[in-house]
Design a protein around this ligand. Structure first.
Ligand SMILES: Nc1nc2c(ncn2[C@@H]2O[C@H](COP(=O)(O)OP(=O)(O)OP(=O)(O)O)[C@@H](O)[C@H]2O)c(=O)[nH]1
Ligand SMILES: [Mg+2]
Length: 492
């Protein structure tokens, strides 16, 4: 074959030798085919590694489920405190308003009871009302049998001096928005309304899907920037003035708040009415000395204990700055836990790496706020069963937190007997290890019976307001979720 002088040197170098025999040609072509095969394999390997790498960098998605007040948001806060510390520190101060509202609510609740008690001869009317709960009827009966409470002039004055806190509560609730109000009776009477839901779009009206969650409420309480003089009255500065006014009123009520909470007649009144504020969400009365001050700044523990209800489904994006996955994005989905909020959960089951399911085990003798006929533990069992049996979640890792162990311990120490509310507990020992073993076994049995495909049972006993022990639990959880995340990345 003739060659021209203008062919480029590379083509010349790659060209077969002029005097190549047919055998040599066959060997050469075989060698070239082999080299191409190896090169293609290397290319494919690089492509696959890039793909896995890209998937590894995909955000880890974690969904928090459980009934209202089970501790989902408190768990989320622990994640932020442990793994996204910078953001946590930036936000801590803006929780002050929520904590102030929690404290003021505690006080106003006592004042409401006081007003009812001091209102009539014994504070209770004689007639029964069809709306009265069984507890109220019982309380009324017991109160009649006991000597009257000895209220003094001091109680009337305390009520009078603490009146401004009603206005403070209203102001704070208005500023914090709907999340600051607790929900009571709702029309939904099934534990898992998500079971019949189909797609995200159909449910949009139920869900507030925001990418900044509690920030919406807290943003109004960030430190204002200096206003430009030509811009007129600065709304942020105005907000700051209101905030200072609220803080001033609370600080000026400090001694009265403490006197009210430490008063023996008030204690007796709350006992008779079976009101245990200490166990309720957002209890801060024992911290009034520290909180009701002009320069109060929330501590980490205060923020974890602060109660702000979750509305709809909230997405939080954190780039972890601590832990094994520094630089990795995590998306945590926090949901409202009342029965009427649960229909909005289903669309989020689709694409999560793991679920943390929170079941509080201390309220075994309490009712749901949204439906006073339903026992809280029973509701958790039903909800757990629905989540375990959900086909869409058949291969999703589910981690159970049996939460509020601290409150369970305190309740058992006070002598509350489990078998009075949970007859199947029987004559077992009424102590913490026996109780947690018993509840754990019940959840394990449900998971075994109702999971469509056998799944491992991951369970932790938690008190998520204890940030130290929770950090240890989250370390184990992080590792196991990450392992699953990477396994998925390798399989895809
Ligand atoms: N003592 C104690 N309190 C807890 C524990 N876990 C949560 N709490 C408190 O219980 C209250 C309710 O917790 P949240 O985290 O707001 O509950 P939630 O599940 O997010 O509730 P919703 O948003 O209404 O669905 C908060 O004030 C928490 O600080 C716990 O283990 N022990
Ligand atoms: Mg919440």
């Amino acid at each position: 074959m003739g060659r021209t002088f203008d062919e480029d040197p590379l083509t010349l170098a790659m060209a077969p030798p002029r005097d190549e025999t047919p055998e040599q040609r066959q060997l050469r072509e075989q060698a070239e085919a082999e080299a191409k095969k190896i090169s293609d394999e290397i290319d494919e390997q690089i492509r696959r590694e890039r793909d896995v790498d890209r998937r590894r960098k995909k955000p880890v998605k974690l969904l928090l489920l459980g009934q209202s007040e089970s501790g989902k948001t408190a768990t989320l806060k622990n994640f932020q405190l442990t793994y996204a510390r910078r953001e946590w520190s930036e936000e801590r101060a803006s929780w002050r308003a929520v904590i102030q509202l929690n404290l003021v609510r505690n006080v106003n609740l006592i004042l409401d009871h006081l007003t009812q008690e001091m209102g009539g001869s014994s504070g209770y009317s004689d007639g029964h009302n069809s709306d009265d709960s069984e507890l109220e009827i019982q309380v009324r009966k017991r109160a009649k049998a006991l000597p009257p409470l000895r209220f003094k002039e001091k109680h009337r004055l305390l009520k009078l001096r603490l009146t401004p806190l009603a206005g403070v509560q209203a102001d704070l609730e208005r500023k914090l928005g709907e999340a600051s109000q607790e929900v009571y009776a709702t029309p939904v009477n099934v534990a898992a309304p998500f079971e019949h839901a189909t797609n995200r779009r159909a449910l949009q009206e139920f869900s507030i899907n925001s990418t900044n969650g509690w920030k919406t409420a807290l943003d109004k309480f960030r430190t204002p920037r200096p206003a430009r003089p030509e811009a007129g009255p600065d709304p942020l500065r105005k907000a700051k003035e209101i905030e200072d006014e609220i803080t001033e009123i609370i600080a000026s009520c400090k001694d009265d708040i403490k006197e009210l909470w430490e008063d023996p007649v008030v204690t007796e009144m709350l006992n008779r009415r079976k009101v245990r504020l200490e166990d309720s969400p957002g209890f801060f009365l024992n911290d009034a000395d520290r909180l009701a001050t002009r320069n109060y700044q929330p501590t980490d523990d205060d923020v974890i204990r602060a109660r702000l209800r979750t509305l709809g489904v909230q997405e939080y994006r954190f780039i972890f700055d601590h832990g094994r996955t520094v630089g990795q994005e995590w998306r945590l989905y926090d949901v409202g836990g009342t029965r009427s909020s649960r229909a909005a959960w289903y669309p989020y089951f689709d694409d999560v790496d793991a679920i943390i399911f929170l079941a509080p085990i201390s309220p075994f003798d309490e009712k749901l706020a949204e439906d006073r006929r339903v026992n809280r533990l029973e509701d958790s069992y039903l909800l757990w069963r629905s989540v375990c049996s959900c086909k869409l979640l058949a291969r999703t890792q589910i981690i159970l937190f049996l939460n509020k162990c601290d409150l369970l311990q305190a309740k058992l120490q006070r002598g509350v007997r489990i078998r009075d509310s949970v007859p199947s507990f029987g004559d077992r020992k009424n102590d913490l290890p026996t109780a947690t073993r018993y509840f754990q076994q019940h959840f394990k049995d449900i998971s075994k019976q109702h999971s469509p495909v056998a799944r491992p049972f991951y369970m932790y006993l938690t008190s998520v307001i204890d940030t130290r022990s929770t950090a240890v639990t989250l370390g184990a959880v992080e590792e196991s979720i990450l392992r699953e995340h990477l396994r998925h990345a390798d399989l895809m």
